[in-house]
Design a protein. Structure first.
Length: 267
């Protein structure tokens, strides 16, 4: 069974899916904020083990959590970054189980968007940040600690204006990250994603920061041909963590709470 943190006990059932992959707890602050108004579950995705991780395994794990905790509702899935990609993969595999998908700073689904992401990051990276990334690689031998170090620097690059310690992670799992991402890339190369998202029959809401190096317009364009009910909202002066960004966080939480409070049909 996955470790699942619970936030809030009333209102709609909402699952908050962390990013990474392999970064459990990275969406904890979002789950806590939403837990002030909703029943929020924050599952920690499976870590590395005897067999390589796959997207299919993560989807199966999430389905088990949804069945256990959905309490007769069709829940809302709110995913951040990789978690947004997982929400889409889940909804494509299990039609009718979720009532709404919210994709916050969704990851990329094609080589062009990934190349643009890397160009955007390169333009934003300072000399100090380059030195920090190099030190993460040269001075830290433990893969999990190295990923955590790298993740802290990348989070700073990807953000516009958030507090230095605003993003909390319980742990990092480098093998889980690599195995899961390798499998996602394989599925994209084989044409499974995003084509299979055409099976999704519920509203999908994309929330993105205009200053997120992840190119929101390109990611939206890659998804639009496959999603019948796609909404897109973007905030200026906002990076990869809208609920933490100084100039967007209040509006982001207001928008999320308003959207999640709309009627959700029961299972």
């Amino acid at each position: 069974m996955l470790n699942v943190r619970e936030h809030g006990t009333h209102g709609r059932t909402v699952f908050v899916l962390h990013g990474g992959p392999g970064a459990p707890g990275s969406a904890g602050s979002l789950a806590r904020r939403l837990g002030e108004q909703f029943r929020v579950l924050e599952p920690f995705q499976r870590g590395s083990g005897e067999t390589p991780l796959t997207v299919a395994q993560h989807v199966t794990d999430l389905h088990g959590v949804v069945r256990q905790y959905s309490a007769g509702q069709r829940p809302v899935l709110v995913g951040h970054s990789w978690g947004a990609m997982l929400a889409l993969a889940y909804a494509a595999e299990h039609r009718g189980r979720a009532a709404l998908l919210v994709l916050i700073a969704c990851g990329t689904f094609d080589p062009a968007a990934r190349a643009q992401l890397e160009r955007n990051r390169a333009l934003r990276t300072t000399e100090t940040q380059r030195d920090l990334l190099a030190r993460c690689t040269s001075e830290i031998s433990d893969p999990d600690a190295r990923l955590a170090c790298w993740g802290r620097v990348i989070a700073d690059i990807d953000s516009y204006a958030i507090g230095e310690d605003a993003i909390g992670m319980d742990a990092c799992d480098a093998r889980a990250h690599q195995e899961t991402w390798d499998d996602m890339l394989r599925l994209q190369e084989e044409g499974v994603y995003p084509a299979s998202f055409a099976r999704i029959d519920v509203p999908v809401v994309m929330l993105h920061g205009a200053d997120d190096p992840h190119p929101g317009a390109m990611i939206r364009a890659s998804l639009e041909p496959h999603l019948r009910r796609l909404e897109y909202h973007e905030w200026p002066r906002c990076g990869h963590y809208p609920w933490l960004e100084r100039y967007a966080r209040d509006d982001c939480i207001r928008f999320l709470c308003s959207r999640l409070a709309q009627d959700v049909p029961r299972a």
